[in-house]
Design a protein around this ligand. Structure first.
Ligand code: THU
Length: 134
């Protein structure tokens, strides 16, 4: 799947966002080395602080399906005028899956007119992860 297709998958996922409180629909799509793609979208809650971000939902789906590495690229889309970058918690969640497989995925932060491509290690330098516990 190309980067453009990955971005389209993230946008499609955002169509299922449950975000009645923020009205900020986010989509995420993870691409793996074996060619598989797993998507997620944000799921909010009447108890506002319990909102689940799109990237966290996508990583949870992937890990629940048995994925433990090979994370190559992540596309994140939002409704704003600027490219959306993963929140701090999502960077840490993405790092867990990435570090398990020894990859440093490209994060495609998608805006209406542009895509910002940045390595996860740049968004989360000197990360604490599974390797830190050995
Ligand atoms: N959100 C995400 O899904 N991913 C991020 O990386 C940042 C924020 C969601 C959480 C909440 O439902 C909405 O965007 C507004 O913060």
């Amino acid at each position: 799947m190309s980067d453009d297709q990955l971005i389209a998958a993230a946008r499609d996922a955002a169509a299922h966002s449950y975000s009645p409180y923020s009205n900020f629909a986010v989509g995420a799509a993870l691409r793996f080395a074996d060619g598989s793609v797993v998507t997620g979208t944000n799921i909010e809650n009447a108890s506002y602080g319990l909102a689940l971000c799109a990237e966290t939902v996508a990583v949870s789906k992937a890990m629940a399906a048995g994925m433990r590495g090979g994370l190559e690229a992540v596309a994140v889309t939002g409704p704003g005028t600027d490219p959306i970058t993963p929140c701090g918690r999502c960077r840490q969640v993405l790092n867990e899956l990435a570090q398990l497989g020894g990859t440093d995925p490209d994060i495609l932060c998608v805006g209406p007119d542009s895509v910002k491509r940045v390595k996860l290690s740049v968004l989360l330098p000197e990360a604490f992860g599974p390797a830190s516990l050995t």
